[in-house]
Each structure stands twice: as structure tokens, then as C-alpha cells.
Design a protein around this ligand. Sequence first.
Ligand SMILES: Nc1ncnc2c1ncn2[C@@H]1O[C@H](COP(=O)(O)OP(=O)(O)OP(=O)(O)O)[C@@H](O)[C@H]1O
Length: 341
Amino acid sequence: MQQVSSFHAANEISNPEHVVTSESALETDILIEFQNVYKSFGDKPILQGASFKIRRGEAVGIIGASGTGKSTTLRIAAGLLAPDSGNVLILGKPRKGLLSDSPDAEHLRVGMVFQNAALFDSLTVGENVGFLLYEHSNLPAIEIKRLVANGLSKVGLSGVENLYPAELSGGMKKRVALARAVVSDDSDDSERVLMYDEPTAGLDPVASTVVEDLMRSLHSDSMAAASMSMQTDEEDDTSEALASISGADAHAENGGHAIHARHGSNGAYIPHHHVGRMSGISSYIVVTHQHSTIRRAVDRIIFLHKGKVVWEGSIADFDTTEEPIVRQFAEGSLKGPISYV
Ligand SMILES: Nc1ncnc2c1ncn2[C@@H]1O[C@H](COP(=O)(O)OP(=O)(O)OP(=O)(O)O)[C@@H](O)[C@H]1O
């Protein structure tokens, strides 16, 4: 995966004309792309030409000073907010308006974990986690309860279905919000991107680590399942080939879930080669100010400043770059291009 480690390079990679050849092999892995996105609230410009790509398999952190448009970026990427101008490409096709308008919504779903967990206080944990399924599926209640229990067990919270949010600690609320974002109908084989807005804000260091590791494991479990699915598909292909050699009328189903994955330096799965799309959580984006979250749950950083991407790179690049905006931010210095009034 090419890492961009300077302001200049960050701009170049956003421009397809400047994409280097080694990069183009990965262009089919782009799930979400912002091209020169602008967004204002009233007469206040927030995003001012933001361009970046999110690829299959990535764990991306969006960081930058307060008020620079990080949450706005997430909400636009999630299709909850429309840009004023510029393009948002989903699986390579421009999204016309909000996510619900997109013909690709059925192929790429976005789960959002909002700041402060955003649970409904008057609903139980189980009703919160199963909310979308209760509202938007025809599944029987008993099946939704099974899916909810499964989602809660993934975040280590089995058995809390009947509690109310007020009875949970801050860390537990965030984990319930994670369960709500990952719970889905078993028959839903959509590819998904999870968006986390400040998932560890306000948590003690240990509770933060629990949430960060969950973000990682929910993602890598999905990638591992996709990898196994790919192997099964290959076995199916082999059976189909054998069947056709023997003249039988076999037609193995190949859902196109072919994805080879390998472990990155920090244990994250990185796509290596793929055909078609996968199901489950392909990638996640996290907006955070927490250094622990950046280091534990992120592989690549997109740095926003004044509504633009001014730097992209790996965690290692983040520590060594001489880009003044990034250095000032990383060191928490009062001196530099970032100014507060
Ligand atoms: N719906 C809205 N209406 C009006 N102004 C808004 C709206 N949403 C965001 N803003 C403003 O846009 C600016 C950017 O907000 P945003 O939440 O995207 O920043 P951020 O980089 O995530 O900040 P922080 O790190 O402080 O959370 C802020 O000044 C905010 O008040």
C-alpha cells in the first residue's frame, strides 16, 4: 500500500492523473473516494476541497485540530449529509445525494458509531442493538433477539439485553454502540465500512484499550471470514471444474467473495488480491483525538487542516514527518501553523 508522506504527495494521490502505476493495481479496492469536496454551514466554510480514498482492508484515522471538519467528513462519507460540491464515489460510482439515494447502497453499507454512543435512553440495550432490525427488517422477534445476543457477545457484553443505558458505564455504552453497528441480518452479505466518531473520548485508558481492541478484532474477524470464504469459493471452483470434466451439470455458486488477506505489521489484515467484493466489515474510519486510539486502532492517517487533506501517511511516517502542521499537532505545541483564538 503506498503511503503518502508529504503535503505535495497527498495532493498528487488525490488526482487520478498523478496516480503511479504501482498504485493502479489497488484502484479496484477503493470503497469510498472524496474528490474535492466542499461543505459550508451557513456562511461558514468547513470542508474546502477535501480529497482522499478509503481502500478495502484499511483502518484509517482522520485527525486534525478541533472544528476542522472531521465529523462533517464522516457524516458525508456515511451519506448522512450531502456535500455542497465535489464528488463522493462509492465503489467507484458518484453518489448523487445521500446514501439512501445511491444505487450502490445495497452493496456497501455504512455503520456509524456516534460520539457519546447515542443510545436511546428509553429503550433497553437489546432494543437499542436490534433497533434497525426491528424497524427495517421482517425478521421475527426471536431471530432479532438471537442476532442481538450474538452482537453483544462479540463486544463481550453477553446478558445485558434487559438493562437500560443509564445502568451502563461509559465504556459499556460505547461497546453497545459497537454491537449496534455490527449487528445485521445473517442473509445480508453487504460489504460494510464502519465509521467511528470519537469512540474512546471520555474513557479511562483501560476502557479505551478494550474499545480499540474491539475495533481491531471486529474488523480482522470479518477479513479472516472473507478470506475463508475466498478459499471455499476456490474449492467450489475446483468442484465445478471437476464436475464439468466429468460431464455433470454442476453449477457452483461463486458470490465473488474472493479476497486474499495477509497480516500487516501490526496484525491488521491487508487485502492482497481480490475479485469482486467481500461481505462483512471491509474497512473502518475513526475520527479521534486520542493518541492511544491512533496508535492501537489505526494503520493510516489522513490529516485534515482547514477543511483539506494536508497529509496522509502511516503511523511510522506520522512520527517522523517534518510537515509543520503535523509536527505541531503531534507535539501539542502552541507554535506553528495551527492557531487557536
Ligand atoms: N449541522 C451543523 N450546523 C451548523 N454548524 C455545524 C453543523 N455541524 C458542524 N458544524 C460546525 O462545523 C464545524 C466543524 O465541525 P466538525 O464537528 O466537523 O469538526 P471536528 O473537526 O470534528 O471538530 P472536533 O474535533 O471539535 O469534534 C464546527 O464549527 C461546527 O460547529
